[in-house]
Design a protein around this ligand. Structure first.
Ligand code: ATP
Ligand code: MG
Length: 439
């Protein structure tokens, strides 16, 4: 029997001490997407299995080996392995293609793939994805890449390598597929079984195979950039020029084809060289919308893996700024004091100041110890004396400083002032630190 006390293989709990990392990254993703005019969407955790078969591609690893599928009644479903097919389905189901173009959407969501779990590779993982519909212009490709780069900058991640490629369009791809098929057929014996089966239907997939033997053979394969048509070549050159204009460094890597079938023309990856991890992958998918039954609507996007962002941020010592400090703790003795604390805490919360008090019935000493361990900024101790005089001491837990406060509405202003004073002090310290750092 499965051990019910262990999270399933390849999944992860997030505990309160790590949640700040997640909320910070999610917050930064929303802010960055908003700066570029993208609006958030949410879609179901599972969809018809056919959506992914057709949307992601029958010959991809994701569809062939990695989907979590289930049947309910007469319907076959799959947990979403990625967000693009779901986004296109959402656009089509809701007629968003009638909106003014370009249509700019983003999501922050979990994805499910039955891969072999290892560092940076989970079975449930999370993506920040953006999708831009309704433009075939090369400036849109550059904009999407710039958005990904801005996200990395905003998180403080440094030194990623941006690799771009063009994999052409269905017109020029035929020639390339033929050239690849010819090449790989001559080396057939060395390929893994999956790649042998791909030879006929989609030889380009072999370039993306993770098996070292297949990768070795792929090294000398024909290069896509030698086969793309004039239109695709002009487009690719324009994307590169625009990236140069925007001071975005990149290298062209003709072996990137990306793991999903829907891509056309520009594809790209942001790679953490030190860890050999791809943090972000994306590209154009001009044919996908019509392929799923919609109008001709060129589109493009990217997805980044949040777990991989955290791994890189941890390694680079990036900070996760948060503003969720615990503010006031009321330590109490006796029922009357506890009742008073409940009233005052409610007043403070109504004003947007976080406040807590003892819910366990512990001694004053134990309550103060708790407040200390939990990192409250201020404490107010209330016993009989305080109730009688209607005053108490507001204690700054870092400095030990105390100021008198009254146990009524006026406490709100006193605490507000104390918070402002504390914030100003922190700000001055940061400015001072920056001065030292910059000098
Ligand atoms: P890889 O080549 O690493 O398998 P992929 O091509 O399958 O990546 P995409 O489908 O393009 O990746 O997904 C975009 C991003 O989502 C990846 O760059 C990565 O950051 C993240 N990602 C993909 N699969 C996983 C996974 N199993 N666990 C954690 N993150 C993942
Ligand atoms: Mg993969």
């Amino acid at each position: 029997m499965a051990n019910i006390l262990k999270a399933p293989r390849g999944t992860m709990d997030v505990l309160p001490d790590k949640i700040d990392k997640w909320t910070y990254i999610e917050y930064t993703a929303r802010e960055t997407a908003n700066l570029f005019g993208f609006k958030e969407i949410r879609f179901p955790t599972f969809e018809s299995i056919d959506l992914f078969r057709r949307g992601v591609g029958e010959t991809t690893d994701v569809v062939q080996k990695e989907m979590f599928t289930f049947t309910h009644g007469n319907s076959n479903f799959a947990l979403r392995p990625e967000g693009t097919a779901s986004t296109v389905r959402l656009v089509l189901s809701n007629g968003l293609y009638n909106d003014p173009m370009p249509l700019k959407l983003f999501y922050i969501t979990s994805c499910f793939r039955g891969e072999r779990p290892q560092a940076g590779r989970l079975r449930e993982f999370h993506q920040f994805g953006v999708e831009l519909f309704g433009t075939a212009e090369p400036s849109a490709d550059a904009e999407i890449i710039l958005l990904a780069k801005t996200m990395f900058n905003n998180l403080g991640i440094k030194g990623l390598r941006l690799e771009i490629n063009s994999i052409g369009c269905p017109n020029c791809r035929k020639d390339y597929q033929n050239a690849l098929r010819e090449y790989f057929t001559s080396k057939q014996d060395g390929l893994c079984d999956t790649c042998k089966s791909r030879l006929e239907r989609n030889p380009m997939r072999i370039l993306d195979c993770k098996s070292p033997e297949c990768q070795k053979i792929a090294e000398a394969a024909p290069k896509v950039t030698d086969y793309i048509c004039d239109d695709c070549r002009t487009h690719f050159e324009a994307v590169q020029n625009q990236l140069k204009n925007l001071n975005v460094d990149f290298i062209v890597n003709t072996s990137i084809v990306r793991g999903l079938d829907y891509y056309t023309r520009t594809v790209f990856e942001f790679i953490d060289e030190k860890r050999g991890l791809t943090l972000c992958g994306g590209g154009r998918y001009d044919g996908l919308v019509s392929q799923l039954g919609g109008p001709e609507l060129p589109a493009l996007g990217f997805a980044m893996g949040l777990e991989r962002l955290i791994m890189t941020m941890d390694e680079q010592g990036c900070s996760y700024e948060t503003e969720q400090n615990k503010t006031v703790y009321f330590a109490t003795i006796g029922d009357a004091a506890s009742k008073k604390a409940a009233e005052l805490a409610l007043k403070l919360r109504t004003e947007g100041i976080s406040a807590e008090y003892d819910l366990v019935g512990r001694s004053m000493k134990a309550q103060m110890k708790y407040a200390n361990r939990k990192g409250f900024a201020f404490t107010v101790a209330i016993g009989d004396n305080e109730l009688n005089s209607n005053t108490a001491e507001l204690k700054n837990m870092q400095t030990g400083e105390t100021i008198p406060v009254t146990l009524d509405d006026k406490i709100i202003e006193a605490i507000d002032n104390a918070i402002v004073k504390e914030t100003m002090k922190e700000l001055e310290e940061t400015i001072e630190k920056d001065k030292i750092f910059n000098s």
